[in-house]
Design a protein around this ligand. Structure first.
Ligand code: PEP
Ligand code: MG
Length: 590
């Protein structure tokens, strides 16, 4: 969003939602937002020439930037990923687009940014409404072009890729998965965004980058300017703009303390997640990008409890082939073995919109065409992925997880597709592990209610609290306005979780948790006491969660869970857990 920025006041402070712990102190880097702001501005005759010139220069500058960005992406993540920029080049050479804009400036007396905006919006709408899937996808390219050119016309372009020369705190209105993929991870000190909630995918990606992050800061992008000094407190969700010396000193002290705690925690890296009286659970990590695997192992994870394969699909313009997917899955399976990797089949839709799968605009994307619903309708995509996973099962301990199952019929259909994938491989004599474990994510309340029925059909269950909380409480997980209602320690959520664990155990079925609640230190003892078999968490919080488990008796956790179940409000539960944690872990900063 381009707006005239209010001059930031010294030591100005914003409070949002804490999503990835730690402190970062550094320079701000403003990443362009999804949309641009335009005023409807008419010009006088004597301004026409300047506006025309401004427009032509902006087009040339954008071409140059695209060229640089393409080179940068090619050198960092390969040719394939740079293809997204090819169509952008074509649009900038389109005579209709250019001539119509010039005409709107000359004859329509529109300011250059307003003229370009109006013309491109028209084309964008036409493309978005087209019956042809390819054309609809081009609408997204136009949006990007619009953003880039208008930034250049307005003259305050904040660079997308190349200008991130030194380490910086990334500040953005929101972070889409595709924006984030393009960033150079080594230069990111932290993330601060206007939008988003604790379990929005921008927050999940920040955690996978292992940097502090705060989201839902509302209007922080209007106040921060490039190069401003910023303190980002990802533990409390606070951002300071141009802080005074006293604040910086205080945060340096906290940083030191956190480093010391982390050092302490690394000592338990290779130890199991076992209570003082010997109850052990599996503590695994969530994985978004395969190149994060070394870090996952370094943090002491015993397996991958959730491998979100979605990012393979989001990074490219074309669908990833069976071979490409197989290589990825094989490499993860090989590197993590003998520990397991639970590969979740494609889960796009909601806040993840790939360029390579057509998802028509929807009023309620989180209740719409997403995850297994897409896969069951697109066997071409689903069976290809299943074959790749099956082939990878020969190279490690691989399990399959189906997302967003809301009833038995969907599960049975997914299982049928798996059988088809197996048959296709068998026909070609390609080896795979026929008895591969399959599981279902319990993330829709209906599936939680029929856990017993699902358990009859699968080898394991994994509770996806990010969605389960949003659907149970009817609170959009990414909406910062109502983030205060999104509470994983809500009695309704806890009762549902307890019933899932009990129903699964009655059937002798293993049940884990892979939503962000699994990594919430205030929830650890409750989940342990309720009998969860596994927690799969962001690597960044794994040592802390392990430390909590290793510091209690199992009987204490069971007693605590029973006590919590009697409580009536999330606040009561949170307060009690916070008190408990403070008593028990005086050194840890809660
Ligand atoms: C969940 O919903 O808890 C989950 C793990 O899936 P995602 O966050 O990818 O929707
Ligand atoms: Mg989910």
């Amino acid at each position: 969003m381009i707006e005239k920025k209010t001059k930031p006041r010294a030591n100005y402070c914003f409070k949002g939602v804490a999503v990835s712990p730690g402190i970062a102190i550094g320079k701000a880097f403003i990443l362009s937002g999804e949309s641009v702001k335009i005023e409807e501005r008419r010009i006088d005759d004597n301004e026409i020439e300047t506006e025309l010139e401004n427009f032509c220069q902006a087009i040339e500058k954008t071409k140059q930037e695209l060229k640089e960005d393409t080179e940068s992406v090619v050198s960092r993540i390969g040719d394939e990923n740079a293809k997204i920029f090819e169509t952008h080049h074509l649009f900038l050479d389109d005579p209709y687009l250019i001539d119509e804009t010039k005409q709107a400036i000359e004859a329509g007396k529109m300011a250059a940014d307003y003229a370009f905006y109006s013309i491109i919006e028209k084309y964008q709408k036409q493309l978005a409404g087209s019956d042809d899937e390819y054309m609809r996808e081009r609408a997204a390219d136009l949006r990007d072009i619009k953003r880039r050119v208008i930034r250049n016309i307005q003259g305050n372009r904040t660079d997308f890729l190349n200008k991130l020369t030194g380490a910086a705190i990334i500040v953005a209105r929101d972070l889409t998965p595709s924006d984030t993929i393009a960033l150079d991870k080594h230069k990111i000190l932290g993330f601060a965004t206007d939008l988003g909630g604790k379990t929005s995918h921008s927050a999940i990606m920040a955690r996978s980058f292992r940097v502090p992050a705060a989201v839902g800061l509302h209007r922080v992008t209007e106040f921060i300017q490039n190069e401003d000094r910023v303190i980002l407190d990802g533990t409390e969700g606070i951002v300071y703009i141009n802080p005074d010396k006293k604040t910086i000193d205080r945060y340096r002290q906290i940083q030191k303390k956190l480093n010391a705690i982390n050092q302490q925690l690394t000592r338990i890296r290779s130890l199991p997640a076992r209570t003082l009286d010997g109850k052990e659970i599996e503590l695994a990590a969530n994985l978004e990008f395969s190149d994060e695997l070394d870090n996952v192992i370094e943090f002491g994870a015993r397996g991958i409890g959730l491998y979100r394969t979605d990012f393979l699909f989001l990074a490219k313009e074309e669908l990833p082939t069976e071979e490409e997917q197989f290589e990825e899955y094989r490499s993860v399976a090989e590197r993590i073995r003998p520990y397991p990797v639970i590969i979740r089949t494609l889960d796009v839709g909601g806040d993840k919109s790939p360029q390579n799968i057509s998802i028509p605009p929807e009023d309620n994307p989180y209740l719409g065409y997403r995850a297994i619903r897409i896969c069951l309708e697109r066997p071409d995509i689903f069976i290809t992925q299943l074959k790749a996973i099956l082939r990878a099962s020969m190279h490690g301990n691989v399990k399959i997880l189906f997302p967003m199952i809301s009833g038995i019929s969907e599960l049975l259909e997914a299982k049928q597709m798996l059988e088809k994938a197996k048959a296709e491989l068998s026909k070609k004599r390609i080896p795979f592990h026929n008895k591969i474990d399959i599981g279902v994510m319990v993330e829709v309340p209906s599936s939680a209610v029929i856990t017993d029925l699902l358990a009859d059909e699968v080898d394991f269950l994994s509770i996806g609290t990010n969605d389960l909380v949003q659907y149970t409480l009817a609170v959009d997980r990414g909406n910062e306005r109502i983030a205060y209602l999104y509470r994983d320690l809500h009695p309704a959520v806890l009762r549902l979780i307890r019933s899932v664990i009990d129903a699964a155990h009655k059937k002798g079925t293993w049940v884990g948790m892979c939503g962000e609640m699994a990594g919430n230190p205030l929830a650890t003892l409750i989940l342990l006491g309720l009998g969860i078999d596994e927690l799969s968490v962001s690597p960044i919080v794994l040592p802390e969660i392990k430390n909590i488990i290793r510091s209690v008796e199992y009987s204490e956790a069971v007693e605590l869970a029973n006590q919590v179940m009697e409580m009536k409000t999330p606040k009561e539960i949170e307060d009690m857990m916070m008190k408990k944690m403070r008593q028990k872990f005086k050194d840890l900063i809660f």
